[in-house]
Ligand binder design. Structure first.
Ligand code: SF4
Length: 302
């Protein structure tokens, strides 16, 4: 809530006095039509990380701006927020990112992008984005190398500097804790002070039963006392009974143009690839199922 408020205030300063009113009108319309207020969009299946142990498709599918526009036009209510993110992928890998951002910006009140911070190009800095979220898995070169299998830590730090210097958008840096970076919090806080990062957060990495990406069992930060996961009888489980759904207010549009309940559910859970009013109506029922955590992927959601 504090993060959302901070983002809202930062964006309000840029967008002018009337911005909150247009946002409230969008939010009311979303509530009236029972459409989630946020849409997470995966611009591409590609990634800029090339990390060890993470396998991306040899020919990553790209979401094009027309597909995004069609989904948005067929919705009974435009989203308040659109968030570019990835599922084992990174938005900056998309050659369509500029057009997607222009389309998104016209159709929402707040556009954010979440990136691993690698492969930043000069053109990315000028995307019409309200909020950048840089997600780093480690705060030292050593723990970075263990996790990513490369030496690109400083490239990510440099990308954050570049965006902070050149863009008026809010910039947030998130440290995701994994086994190799479980002791990085203090160093992260020192780095934040040195770099003058105004908005930071520390979160735990999420277990990925598919074994892709960092979320493999061997990477989970089980040693931390606040870890949401524990090993019970040699199998991983959430330590506490989870409440609700952390993404209840969002839907996910993946790079193939398929609408899903969230980035973690796959083909075993409901999804639709047809952008029309009926699909949006079907998606209304997903909210209750999400809140009740009825999908297989919900087992692993802290
Ligand atoms: S996996 Fe389930 S609980 Fe987690 S965000 Fe998706 S729907 Fe919500």
């Amino acid at each position: 809530m504090k993060r959302t408020l901070a983002a809202g205030i930062a964006i309000w300063r840029q967008k002018g006095i009337l911005w909150p009113f247009s946002m409230v009108i969008r939010a009311i319309k979303c509530a009236m039509y029972r459409v989630p207020r946020g849409l997470i969009v995966e611009p591409s299946q590609g990634c800029t990380g090339n990390c060890a142990g993470c396998h991306i498709p040899s020919q990553p599918v790209i979401l094009n701006a027309e597909q995004l526009e069609t989904w948005l036009e067929t919705s009974p209510a435009k989203p308040v927020t659109i968030h570019f993110s990835g599922k084992h992928s990174d938005p900056l890998a998309s050659p369509e990112i500029n057009k997607l951002a222009e389309t998104a910006e016209k159709n929402c009140s707040m556009l954010s992008v979440s990136t691993i911070g690698l492969g930043l190009k000069q053109a990315h800095v000028y995307l019409p984005v309200d909020r950048w979220i840089f997600s780093i898995p480690a705060a030292t070169e050593k723990s970075w190398e263990i996790l990513r299998g490369n030496k690109r830590f400083m490239e990510a730090i440099e990308a954050i500097r570049t965006v902070r210097q050149s863009s008026r958008a809010m910039v947030e840096v998130v440290l995701t804790l994994w086994k190799a970076s479980v002791n990085d919090i203090e160093i992260f806080n020192q780095l934040a002070m040195k770099e003058n990062w105004q908005h930071t957060k520390v979160v735990f990495g999420r277990f990925d039963p598919e074994g892709n990406h960092f979320g493999r069992l061997e990477n989970i930060a089980l040693d931390h006392k606040a870890s949401p996961y524990i090993l019970r009888n040699n199998s991983l489980t959430l330590e506490k009974d989870p409440q609700g759904c952390p993404l209840a207010g969002y839907l996910f549009l993946d790079a193939t143009g398929t609408l899903r309940p969230c980035p973690f559910t796959g083909d075993e859970s409901p999804h639709t690839a047809t952008p029309n009013r009926e699909s949006w109506n079907t998606a209304k029922d997903w909210v209750r199922q999400k809140r009740n955590r009825e999908y297989p992927a919900c087992t692993w959601c802290p």
